[in-house]
Design a protein. Structure first.
Lengths: 190, 592
């Protein structure tokens, strides 16, 4: 019996190479201790997983807990494996695939927001245009003189991408983005 | 205990914490950054320190100690090179799930980050090769961290941990908290009990099987002796054939009637064919490693698979399974045996009769057969004789890595768990000698043999000196073929027989080498003299290096070439030069 003559898709679920990579947002609750972020990042680089966005900060000071939000890309099998591998890290309390959870709750995606600081420099018409567009995007001016603005903008990734794109011809100097903060809709916690 | 009694220096805390965690032996090597701990070791008698000759040796010795006893192995190294030399055994222990606590010295906290003498970022370097690690920054955390280190090393899927202790912390005075007051980190609480519904589903699936197989691994050994007993009971109850990975040998006895031999790349024909053609596979404490599965998309294509593992990330990692059960093997097998006994209608023996007769046909193929010789010792023959002459003794076997390792796995029969110490996952040449030292320290009266190759043995040969120092009468049985045999075998398979750097032109005289260390050297190159020479080795009460000159060009078969499926094995009688040269296609060449 040659292996290639075996019927496929038989009694068990054969891993299909046809699986499509998806972008998922994971929430990871960890003890806020030295090295914990390095453990998480090291896992991704060591096992060849992708990080598209990473946000981390202490969220419960009393309990010394930090919440890491990671946007990663992979096939469903890889995403399942990423979650299992993250759960193996000793200071990790919980891992929730917010994208999967959102689907279970009947939503398309979890709530995802990002904050960006955008510095634009210019004079004359460009300056007026930048301010007008910033207003349309509900960006706040947090610093300015007669040559520049620093805008603070919050929103979905696509909105920030778009804002940055249109600021480019108007004198974009630099951008700083926080990465995604995310949670699911509804009354339940992660 | 009053407040005053539990005030002590960091170094005292280390020793007290080790004692309170039941440690009797530690393997280590001193250096500047651990001198305060060594000073404490000097002033006590409860814990014996075994001085090795290289930190890698300390790690493998601790691994051998751990795997032959089921206890946690402990190693102690200094900062910088001491810690970097420990990396190989740490990764080895990680891949083979061996509980290991490595204590390392570090430069004083005030000097960390200044590129001080013998400084390295130990927690950074060892982060990916440990289960967890800590840098102790406050002496008052030291006791808690050491207790937690022992808990994490041995609970769940066992593994290595590192506690990095700066020198000023070793000198500083702080509070000792005993293990009884220890509060475990909340985030790490491995699940021992398997999900009962999943176990029920597994038992029901097993009861319908017409072509079942049990595939067990190192997880059974790690779970403890009770797990092996339960595995044997399950095999007896179900009448299923059983095979095992390299790491799992001994959990089911090689003399058992349901035993198929080891599976995988150099496993038996019957084990691999059974795996390929089965309809229900019960994987118990194994991880579908690539040495086991061969080509993944042709791996056991028509079976329903049940996988029991304490590590959730093992399930569905390489192979998708139908029933995944997360839990400790002992706990899950208890439930499984109970539920099988409670089945309203147990399957008749007739249900698997055809399967067994098929298995007997595969067995009749005698895939481990080899051509004996009167002139030259065949390596397989050497292992067979070694087994025959030691099987009635209290014997422990360690190995290095290569052809000799596979021959040992194929031709030595293991009847009990914890008797077989080998580097499976990482494949560390140099593992066997220090591991044998560790085993011998744990079992001073037992016969401990390192089955070695002439290349591997030279990677940690320095530990002969430690064996002499501690009167550890380990036996180093070298299958000497002058080659890195497995490298050569692959060059024959893959690289047109161009034997690039796999022949050792300058081989030491192993007999003289043994004598130089103060051990006994024995050489044998005649099959008819082998038994007497082996008996001489066994009867000497000192460490022995046995230079067994074997057929230089013998290769290790049967073999599943890379990129092939279980039913495409290369059998010894089919392994002509031409078959060997064409065994692996272009795609397989890229694999290892």
């Amino acid at each position: 019996m040659n292996a290639h003559l075996q019927p496929t898709g038989s009694a068990y679920f054969i891993a299909k190479e046809t699986q499509v990579a998806e972008s998922h947002t994971l929430s990871v609750l960890v003890d806020n201790e030295p090295g914990v972020l390095a453990r998480v990042i090291g896992l991704f680089s060591g096992r060849g997983y992708n990080i598209e966005s990473l946000t981390v900060s202490e969220t419960e000071h009393q309990a010394h807990l930090s919440r890491i939000t990671i946007v990663t890309r992979g096939t469903p099998h890889v995403l399942e494996q990423i979650k299992a591998q993250l759960e193996r890290i000793v200071p990790v309390h919980r891992v929730v695939d917010l994208t999967v959870r959102a689907r279970d709750l009947g939503h398309e995606r979890p709530l995802e927001r990002e904050l960006a600081l955008v510095k634009v420099s210019g004079v004359g018409e460009n300056r007026v245009e930048a301010l007008r567009l910033a207003d349309a995007f509900r960006a706040n001016v947090i610093d300015a003189n007669i040559e520049h603005f620093v805008f603070e903008i919050t929103g979905k990734v696509s909105k920030i991408d778009q804002f940055i794109a249109i600021m480019k011809p108007l004198g974009l100097i630099e951008v700083c983005r926080t990465g995604i903060a995310a949670m699911n809709r509804g009354p339940q916690g992660m | 205990m009053t407040g005053k009694d539990n005030q002590m220096t960091g170094a005292e805390i280390v020793l007290k914490a080790l004692k309170d965690n039941g440690v009797e032996h530690i393997f280590g090597y001193p250096g500047g950054a651990v001198l305060p701990i060594y000073d404490e070791i000097f002033q006590q008698d409860d814990i014996q320190h075994i001085l090795v000759r290289h930190e890698q040796g300390a790690g493998h010795a601790a691994e051998g100690y751990a795997r032959s006893t089921g206890k946690v192995g402990v190693m102690l190294v200094t900062s910088g090179p001491g810690a970097t030399n420990a990396v190989t055994p740490l990764q080895d222990a990680l891949m083979d799930s061996v509980p290991l606590v490595c204590l390392s010295g570090q430069v004083p906290t005030t000097l960390i980050g200044s590129d001080a003498f013998q400084e390295c970022d130990t927690v950074g370097i060892t982060r990916p090769c440990t289960k967890h690690n800590w840098l102790v920054k406050d002496v008052n955390d030291l006791a808690r961290i050491i207790h937690e280190a022992f808990r994490i090393a041995q609970s769940g899927r066992p593994g290595p941990v590192v506690v990095d202790i700066p020198k000023d912390i070793q000198f500083a005075t702080g509070t000792y908290t005993p293990p009884s007051d220890h509060v475990a980190q909340k985030s790490y609480q491995p699940k021992l009990q398997g999900d009962l519904n999943a176990i029920k589903a597994a038992v029901e699936l097993m009861a319908t099987a017409r072509r079942p197989v049990i595939y067990s691994g190192g997880g059974v050994v790690n779970s403890g002796p009770e797990a092996s007993k339960l595995l044997r009971e399950l095999v007896e109850l179900t009448g299923f054939p059983i095979t095992s990975t390299l790491m799992g040998l001994g959990s089911y006895p090689a003399s058992g009637k349901s035993w198929l031999g080891m599976l995988g790349m150099h496993g038996s024909y019957e084990a691999n064919m059974t795996m390929h053609d089965c309809d229900v596979m019960v994987c118990i404490g194994a991880r579908f490693d690539d040495r086991i599965t061969g080509r993944l998309n042709a791996f056991s294509p028509n079976s329903k698979k049940i996988h029991i593992d304490i590590d959730p990330s093992s399930i569905n990692k390489n192979v998708r399974v139908d029933v995944g059960i997360v839990g400790d093997i002992t706990h899950v097998l208890e439930d499984m045996v109970r539920l099988w006994r409670a089945l309203p209608k147990k399957p008749e023996a007739a249900q698997t009769a055809d399967w067994w007769s098929q298995i007997d046909k595969w067995r009749a193929r005698k895939s481990f057969a080899y051509t004996k010789s009167n002139d030259v010792i065949m390596p397989q023959y050497a292992i067979e004789r070694l087994y025959e002459l030691t099987k009635d003794r209290d014997t422990y076997i360690t190995t290095e890595v290569g052809q000799h390792q596979m021959w040992a796995a194929q031709y030595f029969g293991f009847e009990q768990p914890n008797r077989w110490m080998t580097s499976g996952g990482l494949g560390t040449m140099g593992y066997g000698l220090p591991a044998a030292l560790g085993v011998q320290i744990a079992h001073p009266e037992s016969l401990v043999i390192d089955i070695a190759g002439d290349a591997s043995i030279q990677m940690c040969i320095q530990e002969m000196s430690a064996a002499i120092q501690y009167n550890a009468p380990i036996k180093i049985f070298i299958l000497n073929n002058q080659y890195m045999g497995m490298v050569r075998q692959w060059q024959q398979l893959l690289h047109g027989n161009r034997l690039s750097n796999s022949y050792t032109e300058a081989m030491p005289d192993f007999v003289k080498l043994a004598e130089a260390y103060g051990a006994v050297g024995i050489r044998c190159d005649k099959p008819d003299a082998l038994d007497d020479a082996i008996l001489e080795m066994i009867n000497v009460k000192k460490p022995v290096i046995f230079d067994c000159r074997v057929a230089n060009l013998a290769n290790c078969f049967p073999m599943i070439p890379s990129g092939k499926a279980h039913n495409e094995m290369l059998l010894p009688d089919e392994a002509t030069d031409e078959a060997v040269a064409n065994a692996i296609d272009a795609k397989g060449r890229q694999l290892v």
